[in-house]
Design a protein around this ligand. Structure first.
Ligand SMILES: Nc1ncnc2c1ncn2[C@@H]1O[C@H](COP(=O)(O)OP(=O)(O)OP(=O)(O)O)[C@@H](O)[C@H]1O
Ligand SMILES: [Mg+2]
Length: 259
């Protein structure tokens, strides 16, 4: 069966350029095509948008000449168009709005909307990350979203020949949802991750994941975990890591696993 495309949201920003570079490697590794989508904001000049699309297509081909690239500019909100496109995509990739001036609020509404509603995994990259890390870090809490994060992260690492760390953090002062060594090992080995480093650690999950993101090239999480309340679309660990990680972040939304 042929794979669905890797979708990238483009807006001509440096962050979107980094997203295109990340996505073209992934499309090449997956053996699939790239689909670039530019959401035309109300009143946006057609010739400006044509320029954005043209530059993006050129960048997408650069270094990966064999990847097929489609591009389109359509009126609408970026998150609406990208959520729609996610129904027929392997991954949706966006750049964060981290332009270096805003510390803290790195992720805009498009990223949060996608993490909540996309029908496939979504990846956020930032233009200000040196990207020197070389391992994939996966957060595991035993939830079905984190099971999908494990599968996604191990597959990504396997295709790019990268080392993997799987982290299960146990918040201090509670035994709720404790993952045993055997459970963690079983979840990872079942997916062929025999070489993965397994880290059981106590403390705040988001703090550990952020710390581990400093020498990672990708951090992978579910949008939801085992806590929270029903109806909530993005958990607190997911939100914190999305905002502050030192590397690109992949999120598995509930809608991507039929939740
Ligand atoms: N204790 C943990 N150790 C490792 N990874 C975790 C841990 N908790 C959550 N994660 C990761 O973060 C993802 C999102 O979970 P998160 O905790 O943010 O949502 P939640 O449990 O639904 O809500 P909340 O914990 O905010 O009440 C999980 O799918 C998992 O990948
Ligand atoms: Mg949780």
């Amino acid at each position: 069966m042929s794979r669905r495309p890797v979708v990238v949201g483009i807006d001509g920003s440096p962050a979107a350029d980094v997203a295109i570079r990340w996505a073209r490697r992934e499309a090449s590794s997956l053996g699939t095509r790239l689909r670039l989508i530019h959401a035309l904001t109300p009143g946006e000049d057609r010739s400006r948008s044509a320029g954005i699309v043209e530059d993006a297509v050129a960048l997408a081909h650069d270094g990966e000449p064999d990847v097929t690239v489609d591009a389109e500019a359509e009126p609408g909100r970026p998150s609406t168009l990208l959520v729609k496109a996610s129904a027929d995509a392997e991954i949706v990739v966006i750049g964060s709005r981290g332009l270096g001036v805003m510390v803290g609020a790195l992720l805009g509404s498009t990223g949060l909307d996608l993490a909540a509603n996309a029908r496939c995994p979504m990846v956020v990259v930032r233009p200000d990350l040196a990207g020197t890390g070389d391992r994939v870090v996966i957060g595991y809490d035993g939830s079905s979203a984190s099971e999908s994060a494990l599968s996604f992260g191990l597959d990504h690492a396997h295709r790019h020949d990268l080392p993997v760390r799987v982290v299960a953090a146990q918040p201090v002062g509670t035994e709720l949802h404790r993952i045993t060594d055997a459970e963690l090992q079983d979840a990872v080995h079942r997916r062929g991750g025999h070489d993965a480093e397994l880290i059981q650690i106590s403390g705040h999950p988001a703090e550990h994941l952020l710390q581990l993101s400093t020498d990672a090239c990708l951090t992978v999480l579910g949008a939801r975990g085992r806590g929270g309340f029903s109806g909530m679309l993005i958990g607190s660990v997911c939100q914190t890591v999305l905002q502050h990680a030192h590397c690109p972040v992949a999120i598995i939304p509930a809608a991507a696993i039929g939740g």
